[in-house]
Design a protein around this ligand. Structure first.
Ligand SMILES: Nc1ncnc2c1ncn2[C@@H]1O[C@H](COP(=O)(O)OP(=O)(O)OP(=O)(O)O)[C@@H](O)[C@H]1O
Length: 666
């Protein structure tokens, strides 16, 4: 009844359609209702994320749920003042996630007094203003506090909690000196504020600390004081830039040394990333635009048309003509269709390999508002939001100029026929001898690399163990499908790495950049593909059917340890220098084996056995001797057997995570 009352209080609870009084919210094995987290028939949490919920939520309705330990309302359109959380869960709430809503106003200074169990509080990207409430400094168990992207003003209170590992107040209107206990944190946690000073920002507080304004002070925009960190444009929400990506090849900042704490390595990368985002973006945008410009000019030259003298406009009726089965060469093709778009510009045709997407051409992409996603080994990728609302990613490949048009088209059609929930489908391509463009749909949660190593800058919680297991299982299924459908390729994926694993809204992984080795220039394939290089590939240039398995193994180790494989591989070709050897050495030290896991995965006491099992599968995939290494089928079977909890069949996957539940059980 409590939940039904809550539902009624919201303006558009369509995602809560199955909340009705005909079925109870919980059953013996879990939940009947969307977003309700149950354990042994009791509600221990609500995970109402991304549900389009609107309105002024009255949280006090929930105080009847006395077992409630976690509440997540992230990424909705909820508004109103900060909910009074003290009344919830019998005062024993562990985690509260309210980020990315429209909550506003000042938070009373004592808002969190008495919430002694609170460990994680995410209020990022709302419209809160006024001072950061002092009562937060009295939460002795706090481990994660995210306040970025609001309008908090004044000085940062004196946080002293020793376990406060994740802390972010960037992009607010704060000023004054950073409290001593926070000086070890990454500078990006403080960027984009009015006038913060001291470590870790490196700007001394030599002038008298500005005192807080009596009433709301000047807005950050009106302040003449530059930000201590030279951040590009002080973005209100730091865009997860490609440079978050540890694999952003030669453009990447130097990686931290092996053995670094994963949280540290993630956040230091985030800082470097944010600081270099503009440079990378500007260069990359210029590169893509220039590329398309050159393509267009060349086509015009080929037709004897100069840029200054455009060709006659096509007839108005040809605004959008679909020609099915015609390739650029004019030959028939049963499986590819092209869009010819008329209008003021001469058409530049993309070759579509799917029938279920609305047609567009390069001009549409150029006209679209674009955001650079990153520059990888091959060129740049950028996201284009088309006027239809569709969001596409265009990736430019330079190292494919040895492949002939026919061969390329044939291969693209082959890739275009692949359909699997764990593969990023190819939408269209563009062929010119010097370079190729591949077009895919945009995947909202970006790459696994960003989520593993740059989640702090994204303002998101780290991936928990159930999510990581789900990702490994999805990757394994996608690979299995590729092996079945592309049997002639020795390495059917050929470029497995965490930036080529994208995550959709439900954290289901989709593999990108697969099956490209046959159309790459040979020398580039050797150098750039297969990011996680197996010993036989590194030493002999040998690709086998188990080369992808090696990369899968390294990916598993990266997911479980939170460490960049590149840090280890940079040490050279020595077998003892890689991530697998490090994991092996830690596991061999029986007492401390949990040290190997990513600290950001949180407390997973009831899953340790299964987590070690997955780690060992990763190691078996990273067996140096090819003969002893698992083959893909074996690896997939073993991965399938891994469960979320020791001795359990199934469990939840959520930001409102298992860790929260293990807290109530113990
Ligand atoms: N379809 C997509 N949706 C969302 N993000 C994407 C998509 N395609 C690529 N990205 C992200 O954009 C960034 C740049 O990708 P890109 O493929 O150009 O380089 P890369 O994966 O870092 O390296 P490489 O060129 O070796 O594949 C990466 O972070 C990648 O995860």
């Amino acid at each position: 009844q409590t939940l039904l009352t809550l539902k009624q209080s919201l303006s558009n609870p369509t995602a809560l359609a199955n909340w009705d009084d005909r079925t109870p919210p919980c059953n013996e094995n879990g939940a009947n209702w969307n977003g309700v987290l149950c354990h042994r028939g009791k509600i221990w949490g609500l995970k109402l994320e991304d549900m389009g919920l609107q309105g002024n939520i009255d949280i006090t309705i929930l105080k009847e749920l006395r077992e409630m330990r976690t509440l997540s309302l992230m990424r909705n359109n909820l508004e109103g003042p900060m909910p009074d959380l003290r009344q919830l869960g019998n005062g024993a709430l562990r985690s509260v996630y309210l980020s990315n809503n429209r909550f506003s106003g000042e938070i009373p200074t004592d808002a969190f007094d008495g919430m002694t169990s609170l460990r994680k509080l995410l209020l990022a990207d709302n419209q809160f203003n006024g001072p950061i409430p002092e009562s937060l400094t009295r939460l002795s168990r706090l481990v994660e506090l995210r306040l970025e992207g609001n309008k908090f003003e004044g000085q940062i209170p004196d946080f002293q909690q020793k376990d406060l590992a994740s802390f972010n107040v960037s992009n607010n209107a704060l000023f004054g000196s950073i409290p001593p206990a926070l000086r070890e944190l990454d500078p990006s946690s403080f960027s984009g504020n009015r006038d913060l000073c001291g470590e870790p920002l490196g700007s001394p507080c030599n002038s008298p600390t500005p005192s807080p304004s009596p009433s709301p002070g000047p807005s950050p925009e009106s302040s003449p004081t530059p930000s201590p960190i030279p951040l590009p444009n002080h973005p209100p929400n730091p865009i997860p830039s490609p440079s978050h990506d540890p694999h952003a090849s030669s453009h990447s900042p130097p990686a931290p040394p092996p053995g670094n704490d994963s949280a540290g390595s993630g956040s230091s990368n985030s800082t470097l990333v944010i600081a270099s985002a503009t440079t990378v973006s500007v260069v990359a945008i210029a590169a893509v635009v220039a590329a398309i410009f050159v393509i267009e000019r060349k086509r015009k030259r080929e037709r004897g048309v100069s840029i200054e003298n455009p060709p006659p406009l096509p007839p108005p009726s040809s605004n959008l003509q679909k020609t099915s089965g015609i390739r650029e060469s004019g030959q028939c093709s049963p499986s590819s269709t092209e869009a010819v778009v008329g209008g003021k510009k001469p058409e530049i045709k993309l070759s579509f390999v799917r029938d279920d997407v609305e047609r567009f051409d390069l001009h549409d992409l150029l006209r679209a508002s674009a955001e650079i996603l990153g520059s990888g080994c091959f060129g740049s990728s950028y996201k284009a939001s088309l006027s239809t609302g569709a969001m596409m990613v265009v990736k430019r490949f330079k190292q494919m100029n040895n492949v002939g048009r026919e061969e390329f088209q044939e291969h693209m059609r082959r890739l275009g026929r692949l359909r699997h929930p764990n593969l990023l489908p190819l939408v269209a391509y563009y062929y010119r001898k010097e370079e190729k463009l591949l077009v895919h749909e945009f995947v909202p949660k970006r790459s696994l690399a960003v989520n593993l190593h740059g989640h702090q800058a994204l303002g998101q919680p780290s991936l928990d163990w159930p999510s990581r297991l789900k990702i490994v299982k999805g990757v394994a299924k996608g690979l299995q499908y590729l092996y079945r459908e592309l049997p002639s390729l020795i390495a059917p994926h050929g470029h497995i790495k965490s930036s080529n694993v994208l995550l959709n809204e439900s954290l289901e992984p989709v593999l990108a950049d697969y099956g490209l080795i046959p159309v790459m220039n040979q020398e580039s394939a050797q150098e750039l593909m297969i990011a996680y290089k197996s010993p036989e590939f590194l030493q002999l240039g040998r690709i086998t059917k188990k080369t992808d398995v090696w990369s899968l193994g390294v990916l598993i180790l990266e997911i479980m340890t939170g460490k960049f494989p590149a840090n280890f591989l940079q040490q050279g070709k020595k077998a003892d220098g890689d991530l697998a050897s490090w994991v092996n050495s830690v596991l061999a030290n029986g007492d401390n084996r949990t040290e190997v896991f990513d600290k950001e995965m949180a407390d997973e006491r009831n899953s340790e056995g299964e987590m070690v099992k997955l780690l060992k599968i990763g190691l078996a995939c990273c067996e140096e001797e090819v003969e002893k290494r698992l083959d893909l089928k074996e690896a997939v079977e073993k991965i399938e057997e891994v469960k979320e909890r020791d001795g359990d069949e199934d469990f939840y996957s959520s930001y409102a995570s298992e860790a929260d539940l293990s807290n109530i059980i113990n």
